[in-house]
Every structure is written in structure tokens, then in C-alpha cells.
Design a protein around this ligand. Structure first.
Ligand SMILES: [Zn+2]
Length: 238
């Protein structure tokens, strides 16, 4: 099935629009490219992930995480990394994991394999040059996968990462976001929040900051700890 989907007649193979929609957008689907969407459930561990950064407000988020000694994973866009190199670097030197979130945050569906390859490659290059770390994780913008992504990920050594709960922190008020994340908190959860808003300069991420500020102590009190995505996938980590 996967071989067929990668082939030239891929669109014809996916006669069912339902299957196509599933393959493109469902967090647990891996038909178009390898990805994970949750960590191991044997530890009371949660992975916090932040997409679309870095932004001017990322340092404030780093302060909150540092105050609780919580590591997280940041899926950065190449354009934002080049716009705010010092902040991108600060994320890395603060001990967090950095993943690739494409260069310009496009929707990847209906795009050519070359376009997809260029998007991942440019971001990978900028992140490596500016932060000194080479990502091994990729999060597709809008969670949309497409033909060609599998090859691009393979060439750059990237594993796709989706999520167990999407915070909707770009459109909901803080109380609603907090309730949703609280509900999604469980062993191995990968929570998806945002420290930027696509490529927007000086975005308002106050809802995200408020949610993290309130949720961290609450979840820690319930016995959860926080791990980077790479760690939460590993069954043997202590
Ligand atoms: Zn995004």
C-alpha cells in the first residue's frame, strides 16, 4: 500500500476521498510519511511542543519553562529562525529540543516533491547554522502530509511528529485551552502549542503563555513530569 501511494499513480490509487483526507490530516496516519503521535505510556511523562517560533515572545516562554525546570520541543520555521537568530539560539542553549517546521509554513498538499524537499531542506540548514543543532524531528505545517514528504524526511533524517492534543491556542481563550490540555494530559501525551503564529512578526501568544503558566504546576502536582519528544518516545528512559 505504501509503495503504491508513493508511486506516480498515487492519486488514482486513493480513489476514496475519505482515505485521502485521513492520510493527509489524521495525527495517527502514517501513509504519506512516517510519523509518531504519542510517546510511551509506561511513564507519567508529557511532551510539550511549541510550533511556529521563534517569536519575540519566546524568551518569556523560556523563562516560565526554566522556572519549573521543564524541557520542551520547539518546531521552528526557517524564516523565523533567520529573522530572530539570537532567540532561536537561546532556545537551544536553554536545553530544549529543536525540530523542523518547514521554512515558510506552507500547506504541503498539492505541492511538488521538489517544493516539499526545498521547504524542509532550507529550514534544516538555517536551524543547523544558527542554533548549532541538527533537527531529527519534523512537524508538518497544519499537520498536512503529502506525496514526496516521505522521501524528503528520509533524505534529511527526519521523523514526523504529530500530537495527541492540539491546543487551539491561536483561536481559543485561555480557559478553554487549559481545559482541553488538562483533558489531554496522560502518560505519553504530546501536546501541541504555539510560540509563534506562522510567520507573523510580534505575534500575540499571551493565551499560550497563560496556559503554560497555569498548567505546569497543576500537572506536576498530579505527578506528571515533562520530557522532550525524543525522550518520550524511548521506552527505557528513567
Ligand atoms: Zn505551524
Amino acid at each position: 500500500m505504501m509503495e503504491l501511494l508513493e508511486g506516480a499513480g498515487a492519486a488514482a490509487v486513493c480513489a476514496s476521498a475519505g482515505l485521502m483526507a485521513y492520510a493527509v490530516r489524521t495525527p495517527s496516519a502514517t501513509l504519506l510519511a512516517p510519523s509518531v503521535h504519542r510517546g510511551v505510556d509506561s511513564r507519567a511523562a508529557i511532551a510539550l511542543t511549541f510550533d511556529d517560533g521563534p517569536s519575540e515572545s519566546t524568551p518569556e516562554l523560556l523563562d516560565i519553562l526554566a522556572a519549573h525546570r521543564v524541557p520542551a520541543t520547539f518546531f521552528q520555521c526557517g524564516v523565523n529562525v533567520r529573522r530572530l537568530p539570537d532567540i532561536a539560539r537561546q532556545v537551544a542553549t536553554s536545553g530544549h529540543e529543536i525540530g523542523n517546521h518547514s521554512d515558510t509554513h506552507p500547506k504541503l498538499h498539492f505541492r511538488s516533491a521538489e517544493f516539499i524537499q526545498r521547504e524542509l531542506e532550507s529550514a534544516q540548514k538555517s536551524i543547523k547554522q544558527i542554533t548549532g543543532t541538527e533537527p531529527t524531528l519534523f512537524r508538518a505545517p497544519f499537520g498536512i502530509r503529502w506525496f514526496g514528504l516521505r522521501n524528503a524526511q528520509r533524505e534529511l533524517g527526519l521523523m514526523g511528529v504529530m500530537w495527541t492534543t492540539l491546543a487551539l491556542d491561536w483561536k481559543w481563550p485561555a480557559d478553554r485551552v487549559i481545559a482541553r490540555l488538562r483533558n489531554g494530559a496522560r502518560n505519553g501525551a504530546i501536546l501541541c502549542l504555539h510560540d509563534g503564529r506562522q510567520l507573523v512578526a510580534k505575534p500575540d501568544i499571551s493565551v499560550t503563555l497563560q496556559a503554560v503558566r497555569r498548567l505546569l504546576p497543576e500537572l506536576m502536582k498530579k505527578g506528571f513530569h515533562f520530557e522532550k519528544v525524543t525522550d518520550i518516545l524511548c521506552p527505557t528512559k528513567n
